[in-house]
Design a protein. Structure first.
Length: 102
């Protein structure tokens, strides 16, 4: 077998897996359970779900975030009567799923 044929396969085996933070309840830089990591699998990305509660005047107030590895993730906003959930996906680097600006 040609060495040139094996080089791309060898590179894939040596590449470090992408990692993400995993926490069920993250707020203002603190994980209120144990902060863990998850390794991205096929078709997964790092994800942060920012949860907001809605005030009587209809404003969103930040409550907490969930950090995870998520399959088939798409950036989206979910809105219900009493809360809003913002889902943000990333895979440009390991541990890219820390919430910013909340």
């Amino acid at each position: 077998m040609s060495v040139l044929f094996l080089l791309p396969h060898l590179f894939l085996c040596l590449a470090e897996p992408m990692m993400c933070y995993k926490c069920k309840r993250y707020h203002l830089g603190i994980c209120y359970e144990s902060m863990r990591s998850c390794t991205l699998k096929y078709k997964q990305t790092c994800a942060v779900e920012n949860v907001y509660f809605l005030t009587r005047k209809g404003r969103s107030m930040y409550f907490y975030s969930k950090l995870s590895c998520k399959a088939n993730c798409e950036d989206i906003n979910f809105l219900s009567f009493d809360k809003r959930t913002e889902l943000i996906c990333c895979k440009h680097k390991s541990y890219c799923n820390l919430p910013e600006g909340v």
